[in-house]
Design a protein around this ligand. Structure first.
Ligand code: PLP
Ligand code: MN
Length: 385
């Protein structure tokens, strides 16, 4: 396989980057990373930050977060875990079930060289991990995932949690580390009050599970969960010991729609991630400008991107390789900014959803102002292997 094409060189200006390309504004990225550390240090000093790698899949950014006080990382896939271990990051919680002996052998193998914990919600899967860990001569830390309202993975709170934890304590090659309690659906509830209330529900379910554990005499000092939309509530709960925010490093259009209590937009963290796209055609229709970033360059599962520099222009999906810029609202005149755009111009698109957008790109290009300062591989890219 030939190496992926590099769309620019360090020292190039933004206008010289081949598009579509994924870029990060380094000043905003650094500000977001420092802000998260500051909020947690100042307000929740007993809570640790274990950021999620799924957002950037990029060891360079992971190191920036580690340098800013993160205790380690969450990964969702083995490919992400490989990328971070290869880059020397030594404390990783895989916050997703690893199923089948083949995959389990890969992660237990990694656990021989790095501190890795696994997420479980199934007794047979726990037995498989125990067997492989025994074969490889190590003891694996496992964390029980609790279903706290996201209707995805996890055992039900209370007794089922204690039952699985009990099995773990009885097996020789696995160690019960604690509980994974992530309520993913809560992150994008628009109203801050709703997100806060939902975390209260989550905490009640965690407490119910802790009581069931305590009745069996099983100690539990590790509770992890929470994302960019809700982390303050998990962090202030006095129940969670760790938070797992991911998107705060980049933000996206969808997160930009979350609201604060006073109804203002949640803008504690800045948009730092853009897809650069070139105007490739204006055709002869004055109401249409075609750019070269379509569904292969931008994830549209949470809505279309916004134009950073032309907020009155709408991006419409134009297919796999195209976006079509048009007027904002039917019946209105084309915003006059669109006339300013010429074939060959580059625009910055704020992705609708940052994580799957990053996964489409080989490189994250770091910009300081308009200048390329670094080009980072998205080393943990992949569909989820
Ligand atoms: N933890 C888990 C288990 C996740 O699946 C995710 C994202 O989907 C996160 C943390 C990070 O959430 P966010 O990107 O909303 O900060
Ligand atoms: Mn996401």
């Amino acid at each position: 396989m030939t190496a992926p094409w590099r769309p620019c060189s360090v020292g190039d200006m933004m206008k010289d980057i081949d598009t579509p390309a994924l870029v990060v504004d380094l000043d905003s990225l650094e500000s977001n990373i420092n802000k998260m550390s500051k909020i947690v240090e100042e307000n929740y000093p007993n809570v640790k930050i274990r950021p999620h790698c799924k957002t950037h899949k990029c060891p360079n950014i992971a190191h920036m977060q580690m340098n800013s006080g993160a205790v380690g990382f969450c990964c969702q896939t083995i490919t992400e875990t490989d990328a971070l271990v290869n880059a020397g990051i030594n404390d990783i919680f895989i916050s997703n079930q690893i199923i089948g002996l083949r995959k389990i052998r890969r992660v237990v193998g990694l656990a021989k060289i790095a501190n890795i914990s696994l997420c479980v919600d199934d007794a047979d899967n726990v037995r498989d991990i125990d067997t492989v860990a025994g074969d490889l001569g190590i003891k694996m830390d496992v964390v029980v995932e609790v279903h706290v309202g996201a209707y995805r993975c996890g055992v039900n709170p209370g007794e089922p949690v204690a039952e699985l934890a009990q099995l773990i304590t009885e097996l020789p090659n696995v160690n019960f580390k604690g509980l994974h309690c992530y309520q993913g659906r809560n992150q994008h509830q628009r109203k801050e009050g709703d997100r806060k209330k939902e975390v209260e529900n989550v905490v009640a379910l965690v407490k119910q599970s802790l009581e069931a554990l305590s009745k069996r005499g099983i100690p539990c000092e590790y509770i992890t969960g929470g994302g960019t939309g809700s982390f303050k509530y998990e962090a202030s709960s006095t129940t969670f010991t760790e938070i797992q925010p991911g998107s705060y490093v980049f933000m996206d259009v969808d997160y930009g729609k979350n609201l604060n209590t006073d109804g203002s937009f949640y803008n504690e963290f800045k948009n730092s991630l853009y897809v650069l796209s070139t105007v490739q055609s204006k055709g002869t229709n004055p109401n249409r400008v075609v750019v070269d970033a379509g569904m292969k360059a931008l994830s549209v599962d949470s809505g279309v991107p916004l134009l950073k520099d032309f907020p009155s222009i709408t991006y419409n999906i134009g297919g796999d390789e195209h976006g079509v810029l048009t007027k904002m609202v039917d019946g209105e005149q084309m915003p006059k900014e669109i006339d300013e755009l010429k074939v060959g111009d580059i625009i910055r698109l704020i992705p609708g959803h940052c994580d799957p957008t990053v996964n489409m790109h080989d490189w994250i290009i770091g910009l300081r102002g308009d200048k390329v300062e670094c080009i980072w591989p998205v080393a943990g890219r992949g569909p989820g292997v």
